[in-house]
Design a protein around this ligand. Structure first.
Ligand code: PAF
Length: 286
């Protein structure tokens, strides 16, 4: 595995690959877990060369968020990627990606202001900007993103569509721990007691899906109020059922069976740790 430390080295090295190679990018912020490794496996199936980027992107963190405490485990990550058979690891510094005078950014539009975006102003603009840079630097033909960050995946799909970027975006299903909790680099901040409480997140989401299939007359509002009760004492930032690729909020009086691509989304705070999750509400859509 070749480690590329800055954009120039990455561009030089990757542009020397034969035209017949298909480059697949897996963008990450490091602190890699099984979920990331599954993205790598998917990338290996999709193309002939896999590039993983590790960069904790300051642009996507707000002033009171966890940029400083975000876990950085570069040496362990590198070993995992070597073992997984990754070809290139791109690991730039913030000064390399955002040199003095850097002033452009991508404005994502209304999807960026809802759900996570409402609680993290500017977050998706920061994600879109760094992804645009990563796409340009690596010239990947495919990029793989996890569905745990489903809103991020949709934002990136919109950016690729709106800017006619020559790459395909592939979403990969969320990977869960044995207790159902979606794998996340932030799970390491949870104590054993937090972890017990956090289990309610997947339990509640899957119970909403079960209920909506077993009692199709239940309204969105009824499903969500039961879910809210089941999540206590977690501090809920949002809990919503949406429909369609632009994740429109479903009407409280409608039923899941009348939605085309229904999904339930939530964000909760457990102490200082923010956790998000989502699942499809129609079995065939998951
Ligand atoms: O999902 C992440 O880890 C980050 O948001 C990403 C896509 C690597 C951009 O910094």
């Amino acid at each position: 595995m070749l480690v590329l430390e800055n954009p120039i080295d990455a561009q030089t090295e990757l542009s020397q690959l034969s035209q017949s190679e298909l480059i697949v990018l897996v963008p990450t912020m490091g602190c890699l877990h099984e979920g990331h490794l599954q993205l790598v496996e998917r990338a290996k199936q999709l193309g002939s060369r896999v590039v993983v980027s590790i960069f904790v992107n300051p642009l996507q963190f707000g002033p009171n968020e966890d940029f400083d405490r975000y876990p950085r485990t570069f040496h362990e990550d590198k070993t995992k990627l070597e073992t997984a058979g990754v070809d290139f690891l791109f690991h730039p510094t913030a000064a390399d990606l955002y040199p003095n005078g850097f002033s452009c950014s991508i404005e994502v539009g209304s999807l960026a202001n809802r759900l996570c975006g409402h609680f993290r102003p500017g977050h998706f603009n920061g994600v879109a900007t760094v992804c645009m840079k990563l796409f340009e630097i690596t010239r990947a033909q495919v990029a793989v993103f996890g569905e745990k960050d489903f809103q991020q995946l949709q934002v990136i799909r919109n950016v690729v569509r709106d800017f006619n970027l020559p790459l395909a975006i592939v979403g990969h299903p969320t990977v869960r721990d044995t207790d159902g909790l979606a794998l996340s680099s932030r799970n390491r901040f949870l104590s054993a007691q937090d972890r017990e409480i956090a289990k309610r997140i997947p339990q509640t989401l899957f119970s909403v899906r079960k209920q909506s299939l077993e009692n199709p007359d239940l309204t969105i509002s009824q499903l969500l109020s039961e879910a809210r009760a089941a999540l206590a004492p977690l501090e809920i930032q949002y809990l919503e059922i949406t429909d369609g690729p632009n994740m429109k909020t479903a009407l409280p009086t409608s039923q899941v069976r009348h939605l085309e691509v229904p999904r339930i989304f939530l964000a909760v705070k457990l102490g200082n740790t923010r956790l998000i999750d989502n699942i499809a509400l129609k079995e065939e859509a998951e």
